[in-house]
Design a protein around this ligand. Structure first.
Ligand code: S3P
Ligand code: PEP
Length: 423
């Protein structure tokens, strides 16, 4: 079966930002159209960037002026971490006063290290709470660059935001990276910056230098989202089906494609070519291993939710930063597995899931799309798994439930609405 996986959120939102910073008109083909990318697009529009959509949203045309925004603006980031972390540095290379705000969920997420670094570079920054957080106000008259250290243990997005703004600074910027999580996202940022013409040098694993010179407009086709693909790959592994995702293969910019290596460890058959990835479920899942998912933490819930079906415990470690996302994801996974009758143990940066015979339960999604999608995969094997907020999937994959039902019509027990969630 060929899955229809929408475009990568991370590539779409980076490409939007880079196109807004470039000189000329860029075209993004097959962008993700979801709450997170629409929030990002709207936020850029409120910063004065011209964006047009074509062909039922299959092409987004972005016209950049080769500089940061000017004037005054209030910018809503909604639930999008990428908007809250990528847009303030872009504002800081502009001229004016910009206020960023977002949902209650986003307000609870850290921003302190980004505020500190922008201040160190010369912007005037205020944040909502002592520990950082929205609303954030950035006042600036452009940035000179220089040399700064970026504390990156809570999120890699601070560093990505600073890197993408750097070509618009007046002089070179040398960033020293401290305690980086989610490293593959930095590789993605650098790769896309280079495609848009930036001059970037990795001096060592932890020092990156960017020279001024801006960006040039680009025509870019967005790959399917690898984090989203993890749900259909896991679904293949637990149902014995074969699922192929065209357009995701060797050369992908997304670290989360490495989730298929975890499925291989569970006993699934995985074939990756230049143009597609295919997963086939081959009998019972084999547990009894520990895996560090710190670099691909958006997919740890996909593994944790199906782990009770394995024949031995599975420990996932390196995921402390997953407590700082749309929900405290370690706590959310543990709570829901226990509600299903599955034993779990957890620590600050790890969780162990024991084999079990899960019973049906109503999953508490905590407005976290990935909790909803991960447990829907378990619902293909366990009758009576429902979601308290099916619409939470709209952050990255509004058509998720329909696609899962299309792919698995006989096994799928729809994650039926008990209550329509409010977003
Ligand atoms: O840069 C990005 O596009 C992202 C980085 C990751 O966040 P952290 O760096 O906060 O782990 C990831 O969880 C998020 O979904 C997208
Ligand atoms: C953590 C996520 O999103 P963001 O940080 O971009 O809000 C995610 O999509 O799992």
């Amino acid at each position: 079966m060929r899955a229809r996986i929408p475009g990568s959120k991370s590539i779409t939102n980076r490409a939007l930002l880079l196109a807004a910073a470039a000189v000329g008109t860029s075209r993004l083909r097959l962008p993700l159209v979801s709450a997170d990318t629409i929030a990002f697009r709207t936020a850029l529009t409120s910063l004065g960037v011209r964006i047009r959509t074509w062909e039922d949203d299959e092409v987004w045309e972005v016209t950049g002026a080769g500089r940061g925004p000017a004037g005054k603006a209030c910018v809503r980031c909604e639930d999008a971490g990428t908007a809250a972390r990528f847009l303030p540095p872009f504002a800081a290379v502009g001229h004016g006063r910009f206020v960023f705000d977002g949902s209650a969920q986003l307000k609870a997420r850290p921003l302190g290290p980004l505020a500190d670094t922008l201040s160190a570079l010369g912007a005037t920054v205020t944040t909502g709470t002592a520990g950082g957080g929205l609303p954030m106000t950035v006042e600036s008259a452009g940035l000179d660059g220089g040399a700064v250290t970026v504390e990156s243990s809570l999120s890699s997005q601070f560093l990505s935001g600073l890197l993408m703004a750097a070509p618009l600074m007046r002089r070179p910027l040398a960033l020293t990276v401290d305690s980086l999580v989610s490293r593959p996202y930095i590789a993605m940022t650098l790769a896309l910056m280079r495609r848009f013409g930036a001059d970037v040098t990795e001096r060592s694993a932890d020092v990156i230098e960017v020279r001024p010179g801006g960006y040039v407009a680009l025509d870019l086709t967005v790959e399917p989202d690898a984090s989203t693909a993890s749900y259909v790959f896991a679904a293949a592994a637990v149902t014995g089906a074969t699922v192929t995702v065209p357009g995701l293969g060797h050369g992908s910019l997304q670290g989360d494609l490495r989730f298929v290596d975890v499925l291989r460890q569970l006993g699934a058959r995985v074939d990756v070519t230049d143009s597609a990835t295919r997963v086939t479920g081959e009998g019972p899942l084999r547990g009894g291993f520990r895996v560090d998912m710190g670099e691909i933490s958006d997919t740890f819930m996909t593994l944790a939710a199906i782990a009770p079906l394995a024949d031995a415990p599975i420990t996932i470690r390196g995921i402390a930063h997953a407590r700082l996302k749309e929900s405290d994801r370690i706590a959310a996974v543990a709570q829901n597995l226990r509600a299903l009758g599955v034993d779990t143990d957890e620590g600050h940066d790890w969780i162990t899931v024991h084999p079990g015979a899960p019973t049906g339960a109503r999953i508490a999604c905590r407005r976290d799309h990935r909790i909803g999608m991960a447990f829907s995969v378990l619902g293909l094997r366990v009758p009576g798994v429902t979601l308290d907020d099916p619409s939470c999937v709209g952050k990255t994959f509004p058509g998720f439930h329909e696609e899962l039902r299309r792919l698995f019509p006989s096994t799928s027990r729809p994650a039926s609405p008990q209550r329509q969630g409010s977003r």
